[in-house]
Design a protein around this ligand. Sequence first.
Ligand code: GDP
Length: 195
Amino acid sequence: MNVTKAEMIITAGLSSQFPVHDMPEIAFAGKSNVGKSSLLNAMLNRKALARTSSQPGKTQTINFYNVQDTYMFVDLPGYGYAKVSKTDRERWGKLIEGYLEKREQLKKIILLIDIRHEVGNNDKMMYDWIKHYHNEVIVVATKMDKIKRSQVQKHLSMIRKGLNLMPEDKLVGFSSETKQGKEELWKIIEEIQEM
Ligand code: GDP
């Protein structure tokens, strides 16, 4: 999709603030600093629509973006930041669970994993959590430009193994720097209209 229109609709800290609309939603999840804001900006042809994190783990909100009046992109708050208090972590859990559990128009969930790192317990929990509510997860391995091309397949299979991905789960390599993987990810998102 050639995105010419993308706008933030709301930053929701409570499920009562989730917007009412009839577009399919695509949600993006991942550990803080995984490159989620950068990926959203790359997908939406924008430099700084989604804010790249100066204070990782601090944003406990779900941000909704109207994309071309066709999709609603949903930026879920990042996890795994050590300095977050227990209260904040619980709030995070409630907010995300409220979203995953109840959102009928949620059609695809994209889980981001840094291609350089081992899959963490938080990532596994998130994957299992998503699987519990939806039967398909799209995993995106971010920052692909940071490793040698010859290492890419090895790292992708580490992620596949680490998360114990099911055959139906898609795994895409991505770089916000080079825009590698952007076309492929858009293609997967656009399959929704044929569903
Ligand atoms: P978020 O916390 O998940 O939203 O992560 P950000 O998008 O803010 O990215 C975290 C850091 O990783 C920033 O310094 C980005 O510039 C950097 N980064 C994100 N994506 C890429 C990528 O594809 N390639 C490279 N080289 N750096 C990236």
